[in-house]
Design a protein around this ligand. Structure first.
Ligand SMILES: Cc1ncc(COP(=O)(O)O)c(C=O)c1O
Length: 455
């Protein structure tokens, strides 16, 4: 009872917290770490501001100089239950004292089996499901790609422009987000065709909803299947239910339904990359639920274990017909990650998904209200707590404004709000699903002040 009261009081205290910036940014300790990092750590990482984190709780991040930030990034949409949720920490601690590793590839252990059971249940696939465990989103995508080829014995795959599926060779080949992500890494995996994603704010065909007749789906049949590849040779279509790194782009309601119909018509597997959009973030357990579509394969990672490394590929038992040895991972499905995932899913089901929907509506309404005053906020879109604001030079031209977007990210950081960009000119808001109404308002208020200061 006492512990419960303390938890409530701590939560209350956290909700009324404000950012606190007490040093230059970066502060002296952060500067020293960044100097060392610049000599020792791969330069391929893309740090956009000099944040050196010491610890974090809920939505609040403390840097090594004692500055406090409100985190609207959730570590790139990962810490779904907030930083260091007590239930997740308890599960991790408990499991660490029992079994850290044994390799689910060669041995059995309880957490992996129990998590597979849980994931199969929430995936809710007709005919049930099996789960393959990896350590990351890219691995979940690789597994999906390999299984699709194995099961269908077909070579080709279709993916979308703007898609981000990861950085390992297979996942990178499916990715078409930013050219520099692929530069000098060719030749990539052959047999992948990219087609336009339905971005209705910037329709690739210059058309409008609903009269476009789902041109983005039709394009696959004509010209792709008519001129370039036979559908009988296509193993899978990889699609993000809501495009993430590509700019938090929400497709029109019918898109996924039509895409699923097309896939079914030709015996092509539909792979939903729910790595960023899944695990309750959009106000449903999986974003595909908004569209009423059941994919053949689902790839999960990011928010699945609140920050512990875990990826999962889920597919029906008939589809997952590969034999022993065809695919595996030493670390995949690590017992601690599996326990963290079970604790995470329990919290999502106990109210965080509803909270994502409610706080997402609040955030979206707040941003739409700001949009009325700020011409540069071209489009405000999203579902639940997967919300994007696309910056433009002006509403009429819709010309992208990446420099402005980047300035907002920097200025918000200096004001104590952590944000990240995505796509060419979009700012993403993807806070933890534990976010309170007060924290949404704090974030909105800093965002508004930042815009006023910059414009
Ligand atoms: C939709 C999607 N798929 C795959 C990935 C790759 O995940 P990871 O970085 O864990 O390999 C990401 C990462 O941003 C993603 O957003």
């Amino acid at each position: 009872m006492v512990a419960f009261m303390i938890d409530i009081l701590a939560k209350k205290a956290l909700h009324y917290m404000k950012p606190l910036i007490r040093t230059d940014l970066p502060g002296p300790r952060a500067s020293e770490f960044i100097r060392k990092d610049s000599q020792l750590v791969s330069q391929s990482y893309t740090r956009v501001y000099p944040l050196v984190v010491e610890k974090a709780k809920g939505l609040w991040v403390r840097d090594v100089d004692g500055n406090r930030f409100l985190d609207f990034t959730a570590g790139i949409a990962v810490t779904s239950t907030g930083h260091c949720h007590p239930e997740v920490v308890r599960a991790i601690r408990d499991q660490a004292g029992k079994l850290i590793h044994m390799s689910g590839t060669d041995f059995y252990y309880e957490p992996q089996i129990i998590l597979a059971e849980k994931l199969a249940k929430i995936a809710n696939m007709t005919g049930g499901a099996r789960v393959f465990f990896g350590n990351s989103g890219a691995e979940a995508v690789e597994a999906s790609f390999k299984l699709a080829r194995y099961h269908t014995r077909r070579e080709y795959a279709i993916a979308f422009f703007g898609a981000f599926h990861g950085r390992t060779m297979g996942a990178l080949s499916l990715t078409a987000s930013k050219a520099y992500q692929k530069k000098y890494f060719h030749p990539l995996v052959p047999g992948i065709i990219h087609v336009p994603y339905p971005n209705c704010y910037r329709c690739p065909y210059g058309l409008c909803q609903p009269t476009c007749g789902q041109a983005c789906v039709r394009w696959i049949e004509d010209p792709i299947f008519r001129t370039s590849i036979s559908p009988e040779e296509v193993a899978a279509i990889f699609v993000e239910p809501i495009q993430g790194e590509g700019g938090y782009i929400v497709p029109p309601a019918e898109f996924h339904v039509e895409l699923a119909k097309l896939a079914k018509k030709y015996g092509i597997l539909l792979v939903a990359d729910e790595i960023q959009s899944g695990m309750g973030r959009t106000g449903r357990m999986f974003a595909m639920e908004h569209f009423g579509v059941e994919p053949d394969i689902m790839a999960l990672a990011k928010g699945i274990a609140s920050g512990m490394p875990l990826g999962a590929m889920i597919a029906g038992p008939k589809l997952m017909d590969w034999p022993a040895g065809s695919h595996a991972s030493t670390f995949g499905g690590n017992p601690i990650s599996c326990r963290a995932a079970l604790a995470t899913i329990a919290l999502l089901e106990a109210g965080l998904i509803e909270n994502a929907a409610a706080r997402g509506s609040q955030l979206m309404a707040g941003l739409r209200q700001l949009q009325e005053n700020f011409e540069c906020m071209g489009d405000v879109r999203g579902k639940g707590l997967m919300v994007g604001v696309e910056f433009v030079r002006d509403r009429a031209s819709r010309q992208i404004a990446p420099d402005l977007r980047d300035s907002v990210v920097q200025a918000a950081f200096r004001a104590g709000l952590l944000l990240l960009g995505c796509g060419e000119s979009t700012l993403r808001f993807c806070p933890a699903l534990t976010i309170s109404a007060e924290e949404v308002n704090t974030g909105l208020s800093i965002f508004e002040k930042t815009l006023k200061k910059l414009l």
